[in-house]
Design a protein around this ligand. Structure first.
Ligand SMILES: [Zn+2]
Length: 201
């Protein structure tokens, strides 16, 4: 999905309907920050908001996902394209998540091997320090790569207001987490909570 194009289209329809971001947000029961995020091309509306959003803007979901009003003649074709695109994006998210787990596992193994080498081999101190430095650098790179892949796969849902959002990478990395939940500040209601991760948009 072309988020920039969809965002511009949302803004254009909203203005054409004489709505402010605030007004549209109130109508959907979300924060105006979320509307602003969509319009900047920073994330798509979650599925449960798509119908109410389209109703408020006077467009169809097919128009929304295409980022333009679809002519009747092209409607079916566009709908099929959009459907395939959504399926493809879901598959990609799952792939990213699997890749991030592999990346984390490889990193752990590499770092353990480097530390074992540093500890077990009879080496001059400088070489030992260099090995440990390399282990730390590998750990940092691996954790970074895994986090980038992981943060991009799917989204989180606020336990208070049920808003869906993707956290900024910095916030994501810092957050206390379990396997499926992460302690994040919700951009919609501003509350902090253990937000559950969702892969499928
Ligand atoms: Zn919330």
């Amino acid at each position: 999905m072309d988020q920039i194009r969809i965002g511009r289209f949302i803004a254009q329809c909203r203005k054409a309907g004489g709505l402010t971001q605030r007004k549209l947000a109130d109508e959907l029961g979300i924060s105006d920050k979320t509307v602003s995020k969509w319009e900047c091309g920073n994330g798509l509306p979650e599925v449960s908001l798509m119908l109410p959003l389209c109703a408020a803007l006077g467009i169809t979901v097919n128009d929304l996902l295409s980022g333009e009003r679809i002519a009747k003649a092209d409607y079916q074709k566009k709908a099929e394209e959009n459907m395939m695109e959504l399926i493809r994006e879901n598959a990609e998210n799952k792939k990213r998540l699997a890749l991030s787990m592999v990346c984390a596992a490889v990193t752990v193994i590499a770092v353990c091997a480097l530390i074992a080498l540093a500890a077990l081999l009879a080496l001059p101190t400088a070489a030992r320090v260099a090995l440990i430095a390399l282990a730390l650098a590998t750990a940092a790179a691996g954790v970074g790569a895994a986090a980038v892949l992981d943060a991009k796969a799917g989204y989180y849902r606020c336990p208070h207001c049920n808003a869906a959002f993707t956290p900024a990478l910095g916030e994501y990395v810092k957050a206390y987490h379990t396997l499926v939940r992460r302690r994040l500040v919700c951009p919609a209601c501003g509350k902090t909570g253990m937000c559950r991760r969702h892969i499928v948009r």
